[in-house]
Write a protein that binds this ligand. Sequence first.
Ligand code: XMP
Length: 523
Amino acid sequence: MEHQCIIILDFGGQYSHLIARRVREAGVYCLVKSYKTPPRELAAMRPSGIILTGGPNSVYEESSPHCSKEVLELGVPVLGICYGAQLMAYLLGGKVATAPVGEYGRIRLTADAAQSLPLPCGEFTVWMSHKDYISEPPDGFIVTAKTNDCPTAAMANFEKNLYAVQFHPEVQHTEHGQEILEAFLKGICACRGDWEMKGYVEQTIQALREKIGDRKVICAMSGGVDSTVAAVMVHKAVGKQLTNIFVDHGLMRKNEGDEVERIATQTFDMNFIRVNAADIYFEKLKGVEEPERKRRIIGEEFIRVFEREAEKIGKVGFLVQGTIYPDVIESGSGDSAVIKSHHNVGALPDVVDFDEIVEPLRMLFKDEVRRAGLELGIPEELVWRQPFPGPGLGVRILGEVTPEKADTLREADAIFREELEAYYFPNGRDPALSPYPLDAVPSQYFAALTNMRSVGVMGDFRTYSSAIALRAVNTNDFMTADFVQIPYEVLSKVSSRIVNEVPGVNRVLYDITPKPPATIEME
Ligand code: XMP
């Protein structure tokens, strides 16, 4: 069956990624392309439809991003959103001007044309963010919706299959938003909505097999979701031609190193080299207190350890990178990959002798990587693993890092996570299965060992011991975050277990700072 695809032509709007995610949620494969992509190239991709995104500019400004009018003449249905709507009007001879009254936020809209597809008829709330508006639609277009301050809130040329909406159907606050997108995708572009992970995973494995041939592959497995899913895909494609290297820096969470090893060797029977480098790391970190220096040392040591192992293997055909789609589109054009700027993989291409990079997750969003992981049979605990920084517990032990402190933190952190998961995720780690609303459950939660000691009393004795800080935040994108309002009874249980079960801890604190001004990690 032919692979259907929607092209999202990106004009720099803040919601461009979100549009792509919504389209894929509708079961339709899509790609984000720069507005500069030549129409011929777009046509060659044989898209089922094209979506023009929003953007911060005014279409009538000299320097604003324009695509060629030919994009609207390919005979493919086009939906313009916000700036994309105005650009469609402008390119086809309509008028765009500064609106007497801009619209920002939730606005009531009336879709009153009898056949207003892709809009449902009637009055509903939409999310707007514009200072310009379409003051005169081009010839051949009819106005399909308006608001109090926007006479052309939506327009359509049914004959040419061109549609435009001034509002943002992709954001949550637009009522019927997903319905509108699906009406365009399925009703107008005739997409089947049958894009699913199983087929994608199979196709990718097949393509990897053809690309890799009989050459050798090397992968740095960190135990994180992306590198594990990437490694398992390559393993399914070429088996033992792939060697995974896992550097255990002694700053993993409780049982984590063993868990990674078990999955790699028992669940999947992969070639797996575990380097237990804890002693070297602790030696290098002795006496170092400054956060950035700690990060640098941990990052550099990773590269050295990896380099030594890679040297033993010698020249390989491919280096696996866990680049995911947001990294690809963030690089601007959608055409060139950014190698993740994580300290822990960023420098790898310099120390491995390889011909090419292979990126099996290049086309997937994070939630799709997780679905692919489940499809591949990777255990749930790993698939739903929360983000864990490359430097590991090294940035959660404030001040100097020692093996004893790492042990203390590991125990306290395991207790906190166990209690929080029992409360928030009783039905499994998929946050969608939580009995609590998505914006109230922790997205990332961990303990940190502060460099503070304080006085306490245990039994009849005075103690002078460490304080553990708990951190639990809710966030969509990890750029901003708020602390989670954990019920007191849960906090109370965690606190009591930690001081009773973890030697050397006599105080438990809860961090109630959002990001900004704090960051999620403490160092
Ligand atoms: P901050 O602390 O900057 O963290 O608010 C934002 C997100 O990034 C994660 N993080 C890292 N991830 N290598 C990583 O792979 C790192 O060095 C690193 N530092 C922070 C952090 O856990 C949070 O999810």
